[in-house]
Design a protein around this ligand. Structure first.
Ligand SMILES: Nc1ncnc2c1ncn2[C@@H]1O[C@H](COP(=O)(O)OP(=O)(O)O)[C@@H](O)[C@H]1O
Ligand SMILES: O=C(OP(=O)(O)O)[C@H](O)COP(=O)(O)O
Length: 407
């Protein structure tokens, strides 16, 4: 690509601002919050190691989860991520528990060549003194300018965040002389670019997970590109509601029902929805469950696709030549609701190995799911971006990529 890459930069003695996507799943272990899947951190290591080996002084930053109130902050601190990074790098990583101010500036000034620091979750800037101001997420121009002032050059390796125009990617790029792509960014663009240009058909997209309002608009565009779009996971219930089905307490976005209705009407048999669900009395692995075939009854919530949906989805995938998957089919973190995701993962392995299909899985949780299933290395490409890979495949210009300097 004609974009500047990290290898084009003079790094020795430079303060190298590095945007990474360390938005990783967390879990509690012995009363401590730890990283439960380090895939996105591992994926950024080649760029970080390269910068350090060239004598750069690396200043890393990332968002983690979504911060809407002060209460969200403690559970979404970057501290456990910094610890995991130090373990993986095998060198000390300074953690600065601030997103601006003298402590951060002094820590950056104290860095020596080949040293690395990471600062606090960039989305802490979204809430100030208890008020949701979205400085990071709405790309406050002053914030991008301030962060840019902390370094000499900017390396953007956060492919997973490339579909966002936030202060920590587009904002910094607008205020610094050079913005370069990291190795992960380059690798993702190369692989996904190949898939977008001329996808072998049938091309099937599978969308699931929980980010309904984000991804429902993506479905609209994917319907124009793909031969079939399968919708599962928490996404499906807004469509079920649009079809007049009962959904009980399932995940649901009321303000997207009209759009779902419109998509159902336009898409015809291109859109494939679940025909049953595993409904549970509570969001709990041990909750009472039943197979819901005609909607989910009051007091229950759909937490996985049911056996008939698995068979239907498998039949749609059977002759696929290109498959893009983002979003698990159920709450796979709980064993009793992982069966649908497992079955789809296994079917993808089959079409990869038997049909020679190109299979791409994207997204933090989806990647964690296929790794948990042990099938990740039998698929064609595991992308670190879920929403980002889908928007890239739609043919959209991603702000995080557009803001990288041309060579
Ligand atoms: N039926 C469902 N109800 C509630 N949550 C669901 C359901 N199906 C899947 N999920 C949740 O969706 C989450 C992943 O969604 P999302 O963030 O969109 O995926 P990704 O990170 O791969 O892009 C998982 O934590 C999973 O438990
Ligand atoms: O995890 C991410 O997106 P994904 O779940 O679509 O892969 C990215 O880090 C972006 O996070 P966001 O969707 O909260 O902006």
């Amino acid at each position: 690509m004609a974009k500047l890459t990290v290898e084009d930069l003079e790094l020795k003695g430079k303060k190298v601002l590095m945007r990474v996507d360390f938005n990783v799943p967390l879990k509690e272990e012995n009363g401590e919050v730890v990283v439960s899947n380090d895939n996105r951190i591992v994926a950024a290591l080649p760029t970080i190691k390269y910068v350090l080996s060239q004598g750069g002084r690396a200043v890393l930053f990332s968002h983690l989860g979504r911060i809407k109130s002060e209460d969200d902050k403690p559970g979404l601190s970057m501290r456990p991520v910094a610890q995991k990074l130090a373990d993986l790098l095998g060198q000390a990583v300074t953690f600065v528990p601030a997103t601006e101010g003298v402590e951060l500036e002094n820590a950056i000034d104290a860095l020596e060549d080949g040293q690395v620091l990471i600062f606090e979750n960039t989305r802490y800037e979204d809430v100030k003194d208890g008020v949701e101001v979205k400085r990071e997420s709405k790309n406050d121009p002053e914030l991008g300018k301030y962060w840019a002032s902390l370094g000499d050059v900017f390396v953007n390796d956060a492919f997973g965040t490339a579909h966002r125009a936030h202060a920590s990617n587009a904002g910094i790029a607008a205020n610094i002389a050079q913005t370069a792509a990291g190795f992960l960014m380059e690798k993702e663009i190369k692989f996904l670019g190949g898939a977008v240009e001329a996808p072998e058909r049938p091309f099937v997209a599978i969308i699931g997970g929980a980010k309904v309002s984000d991804k429902i608009t993506i479905i609209e565009n994917l319907l124009k590109k793909a031969d079939k779009v399968i919708v599962g996971g928490g996404m499906a219930f807004t469509f079920d509601a649009a079809n007049g089905k009962a959904i009980g307490n399932s995940l649901f976005e009321e303000d997207k029902v009209e759009l779902a209705k419109q998509l159902i009407a336009e898409a015809g048999d291109k859109l494939v929805l679940p025909v049953d669900a595993i409904a549970a009395a509570a969001f709990n692995n041990d909750a009472d469950t039943y197979i819901a075939e005609d909607g989910v009854k009051d007091g229950y919530m759909g937490l996985d696709i049911g056996p008939k949906s698995v068979e239907l989805f498998k039949s749609v995938l059977a002759d696929a030549k290109t498959v893009v998957w983002n979003g698990p089919m159920g709450v796979f973190e709980m064993p009793n609701f992982a069966k649908g995701t497992l079955a789809i993962g296994e079917e993808l392995v089959k079409v990869t190995e038997e049909n020679g299909a190109t299979t791409i899985v994207g997204g933090g949780d989806s990647t964690a799911a296929v790794q948990q299933l042990g099938v990740a290395d039998r698929l064609s490409h595991i992308s670190t971006g879920g929403g980002a890979s889908l928007e890239y495949l739609e043919g959209k210009t991603l702000p995080g990529i557009a803001s990288i300097s041309e060579k």
